[in-house]
Ligand binder design. Structure first.
Ligand SMILES: C[S@@+](CC[C@H](N)C(=O)[O-])C[C@H]1O[C@@H](n2cnc3c(N)ncnc32)[C@H](O)[C@@H]1O
Length: 206
């Protein structure tokens, strides 16, 4: 599924998604663990921010200035209604370019929608967007492959992942030290990854 179609699919379920997630603390524990690891709480990036809420609130409470992007117009419109002090961008991460570097990057349950063939360039891009000592948190799976046709509220979605050892190798190649690889749910396919950019590694242009 291309990113535009993914965005349209999320826009179709945006209200349903928001109703289901608005009182949830899902993932917040990991976002807070990532925040604790960041020395300079300057700028943060939320990749695939969805309809906003709990994750954005945690990042703002810690004092970061926040850029949040999402490929779904419907999702980002809901997020904009909740948060006034966030720089929202309606875009696809894959085509988005930025000269800015971030002290914290969160990609919670977003980049796992990209096919496995795009996972390596995505992780390289996110590591490249980190400031020295910056922390990246993302979710993926543990085996190499694509899953097609899982649906939410009657709308189809696709997922892709690398093998966990591939994620660890890419992070290391990008000058990052791995901090966390944990299963947080009964479903063993859901894995949380966290890494930190080593201070002596320059961020490459993306
Ligand atoms: C499952 S929702 C998660 C939203 C939010 N991170 C949360 O946990 O509440 C996934 C979101 O990621 C966005 N997304 C997925 N791939 C993206 C991409 N390549 N660029 C920008 N946004 C993307 C989707 O549009 C959707 O809003």
């Amino acid at each position: 599924m291309d990113s535009q179609t993914l965005g349209e699919h999320y826009s179709r379920i945006a209200e349903w998604w928001d109703n289901g997630i608005k009182d949830s603390k899902y993932g917040v524990e990991y976002v807070e663990r990532a925040i604790q690891r960041v020395q300079n709480k300057g700028s943060a990036l939320d990749v695939g921010c969805g309809s906003g809420g709990r994750i954005i609130n945690s990042i703002l409470s810690a004092g970061f200035s926040l850029t949040a992007l999402d490929v779904s117009e419907g999702m980002i419109r809901l997020a904009q209604k909740k948060h006034r002090d966030v720089h929202f961008i309606h875009t696809d991460l894959l085509s988005w370019k930025s000269a800015e570097r971030f002290d914290l990057i969160i990609a919670w349950d977003s980049i796992f929608h990209a096919p496995c063939a795009q996972q390596k360039p995505i992780i390289e891009k996110l590591c490249g967007l980190l400031s020295p000592d910056g922390v990246l948190l993302f979710t993926g799976s543990h085996t190499h492959g694509d899953i097609i046709g899982e649906d939410m509220n009657g709308v189809g979605f696709e997922y892709g992942s690398l093998h966990y050892l591939e994620y660890l190798r890419i992070m290391e190649q990008c000058g990052c030290e791995f901090i966390i690889m944990e299963r947080d749910q009964p479903d063993p396919r859901h894995v949380v990854y966290m890494c930190r950019k080593l201070a002596d590694k320059d961020a490459d242009a993306v």
